[in-house]
Ligand binder design. Sequence first.
Ligand code: HEC
Length: 511
Amino acid sequence: MAWFLSSDLIAVRAANFAATISISGIFAFVYVVARPAYRTANLPLPTSLLRALRFLSWASLALALLTSFAWSIGISRALGGAVGVVLLKTQFGHVMLMRVGMILCVATGIGGLGRRSALGYFYVPLTGALIAAAAWQGHAGADIGWGGAIHLAADISHLLAAGIWLGGLLPLALFLVTALHGDGGGVLPARVGVSRFSMLGLVCISTLFLSGLINTWFLSGTLPALVGTPYGWLLLAKLAIFCAILGFAALNRYRLMPRILLDSDTAFVGRGMVRNTLIEAALGLLVIAIVGVLGTLVPGLHQEPIWPFAERFTLDSVQADPSLRYDAIGSSLSALVGLFVFGFALYRGRVFLAVIGAILVFGFGWHAVDLVLVPATPNSYAVSPQPFTAVAIANGHALYLQNCVSCHGPDGHGDGPLAARSPIPVADLTAHLFMHTEGDLYSFVTDGIDGGVMPSFAATISDGDRWDLIAFLEARADASQSGLVLDWDAPQSFADRVSVLAPRSAMEHRH
Ligand code: HEC
């Protein structure tokens, strides 16, 4: 999968997506929106519209063909093989050849575009297959088993919906311009066309959202991966742009379309709709560019996330302490009652009651949130890259003796010779160590705590040794909680205990 990492393919991939999306969008638009709209108005499809759409089809087809070759060459360079070998011997190559075949087939349909509706039964599915086949060239094509099948299905639906909707935007703009400003028969076909397109859009948008959710789950997996890796950030940017497109689409559908019926407004409203549609199409291109970059990045699931916030959510402390648990449940319920009071007061127009409701909601609600918020570090969700072994633990112990006893004491109780001089009580490393994640412990040792009260060891202890230190701290905290006394200097004496010693961290290490 090394070629996912090379970056020179981004533009080619994105252009290939854009071109095939445009092709499938044009055919779907003509046969599902434009033809029926003009039939309703008892008019033929305007030749100027068909001419423009044919031109757009040829341009998209040429770009699709060109980028297919460039993409194949790029991949074979990245793999270090001949283009012919890549095309004939890899799944990527087979899919590529199939898609080029489809592109050539589509070319036979451009001349007759929009002539007979029966042609649509062949060319609309064909252009759909052209875009759907790209799913086998992405991450989903590499998965296996049931999960792989679901991921692949989600990817195919995502591509199809994107093709029909995003690819239909430019044709829609051309359609509106011809209908409202050109020789295209005026308001009636425009109105039918726009309402048909928004129905289609609604189906596509729901599909995009659902399949996107499934894809996100497969590729990004967790909240830390979503907010803490470049892959996740791009995904969020894509989502934000998608929402902006929805905004413009909604503006067209709910604000402008109803006004198009008022004849006096038609030209003005039509211009607004065309402008919004073009903005949508431009934002759509931006989304496609992001998709091009995403395909070349390592998905969030396979990267150590950098947690960007000062706090994180955890149920650990609430679960560990029954009184905190009742506190959390009680204040959540009180906040809920407050919400009810607030809603009732708004409904009845009672200001005083609304204020009381708001105070209940925010007061108790914030308290409940506060109970599950704990301080976080950038590495909160990092997991040790090293195996959890007796040798690592013994190495960690040696490092501990050199660097940490002076403050934390030989047994980690916070009673070393320097502890008395510390402005902040030195932590007992056997007490509540597991309240912190492994990644947090790593951050403490790497960056120090409280502006140097505990010093940073980034410069003096290597990265791997720091993780060994953490392995030792976890092992010792676990041993001391289960009352085990072990000789940390002699790895062979506790080697058989390692698997039960720190079940939590050992489990983290194994996945
Ligand atoms: C100069 C004294 C000093 C030295 C040396 C020192 N620490 Fe600390 N350490 C502290 C103090 C003080 C705290 C408590 C900070 C706080 O509570 O804000 C602390 C806290 C910690 C904590 C957080 C524990 C918790 O449960 O909150 C860890 C983990 C830790 N130290 C590990 C180490 C390790 C590993 C070393 C050796 C590489 C080390 N420390 C060396 C002073 C020191």
